[in-house]
Design a protein around this ligand. Sequence first.
Ligand SMILES: [Zn+2]
Length: 682
Amino acid sequence: MNKFIQKLSAGIIIIVIFGFINLQCSSDNNDGHGFDLKGMDKTANPTQNFYQYAVGNWVKNNPIPDEYSRWGSFSILAENNYKVLKGILENAAKNKTAKQGSNIKKIGDFFSTGMDSVKIEKLGIKPIEMELKNIASIKSRNDLINVIARGHKLNGSPIFNIYAAVDAKSSKEHIATLSQSGLGLPDKDYYLKKDKRSKETREKYVKYVSKMFTLLGYPKAEAEKNANAVMKIETRLAKASMTRVERRDPHKTYNKMSSTKIKKLTPNLDLDNYFTYLGFSTPDYFNVSQPKFFNEVNKMIKQVPIKDWRIYLTWNFINRSASYLNSDFDIANFEFYRKYLRGSKVQSARWKRVMRTINAYLGEALGQLYVEKTFPPEAKERAAKVVVNLKAAMKSRIENLDWMSDETKKQALHKLTSFGVKIGYPDKWRDYSSLDIDSESYIGNVLKGRAFAFKRNMNKLGKPVDKTEWGMTPQTVNAYYSPTRNEIVFPAAILQPPFFNQKADDAINYGAMGAVIGHEITHGFDDQGRKFDADGNLKDWWTKEDGERFDKRAQKIFDQFDSYVPIDSLHINGKLTAGENIADLGGLTVAFTAFKNTEEYKKNEKLDGFTPAQRFFFGWAQVWENNMRDQALRLRIKTDTHSPGKYRVLGPLRNMPEFWEAFNVKPGDKMRMPEDKVVKIW
Ligand SMILES: [Zn+2]
């Protein structure tokens, strides 16, 4: 399933508000009341291009810093967060009295090993030599299965992915899930498309793989041969993979099988051997997300020569380790993935990169210290109130829908009432006591962090779903909806300007955070979320006619976004981004409904020269103001389920009568969809 659905180490399936986290942020340095008036381009016409009018000068005056591939209004928010986190990390590293085994000690040691670049240079690949030798010693299919299992524990996803996930048809339980993976390029299309840019990317990729083998000490000719062997295996995996659009259909990715059946379908995978190696018993049931892919993997295990598997697994291990090793590996990895594929010009400061690593492996330990410093109980209360108002607005919108039958409405309202809401940080923090971090090596700690996360996740098999668990750390500037848990979650870090601003009026806050909350609520009712019921089960609760009416409306959104061309001749993929586009339109509509109940809206007095309704839409535009490098934009159009920021403003507003009224947009104006194309769902 995918929307931006992400599988975090916890194995929680979630839909986030931004793709590719961690590069977001905002500005409070403006002269308006929570809205940056200087960022406006008043020479533009709001009825023709509202994005340009609302934030055109911001876009012009805020070039992307060299280390980034995009820069948004909330870059300052993220940067501010980074400063808080840096203080925590440095203090932990300096703390000489921290108790052995305590979270502070672990954070401090992890940070120290990451910052000690002299030692990292000196150690080179020594800390992973044993692993590389282990891969090089594969002689039989039996060895191969063991090394793949070890790779999953330490290294993520050689060939495929395995994890415990909530069972989409029995949401109180976990199920062992097998899903496609194993590619070094961002998507299957990169291996198969015949256009010039795709061909160039493949050439650069092969060169990069070859360079990594050279760094490992292979002679040039052999390194080149190895790179081609890697490409051959990955291309075969890519061909058998589902597209991102296919993966958005939860029915397509739900294929529950008994272990007897899957063992019969994929005998060469030798699952009993696999699980024995990992110290688990083979689960009774599996969800095989992409049966065709595993059919191919089964053939490949036999057909691909063992020597090629050794090459592929070596590559996979070194590629996933590169940014934690000495600078030769680190820089080669940066040059390909960040510079060539995304357009960043220089690497981020070392402390930022180490911080992101610790976020990944000790995230809640760091998060606990972060919220103590930054998140007062009042902030949680304020956000909780807005959530209540948004849910009430959604309720009234469902009740008043003219296209839905009473029968389906009843179910929709039941689903809405059943929503779980999490704000700020978890009530129960993750227990890291069995994660042993030391001062030996940075990559060593990364491998321990991965092994801990893998084991923690796999241990969930056979146990009921823990409803208190979070799929995101509190210091993450993002939010999510989880269809299998039917819950919306807002980490502490997003409850700050420009999303949630103490100094701003309700109009700005409802247009920003209100719409974000509405967006997450709508995910429960978008083209994907609507397939899950109140208990988080994949189960159809719609009458046939209502389902068809919904699909007809959704089709209009697909078509609208298909027609946008952000760069070159690359169109936005309407089907890939459908859930997010529906959530943006629904979220804004619901937030505006809630905003209408505020005193500010009722009084209708101008502030900074604008009406409350106008300011509401400024709040939304300010969230999405951003600049992006061409390379990053191309990559995101192909892989991200979110439309580029500009279209998240223009796209939904062109469908909103509330917006037309606020800015006096007439039929025929660009900011108003022609009558027959206008879409209203929620
Ligand atoms: Zn979303």
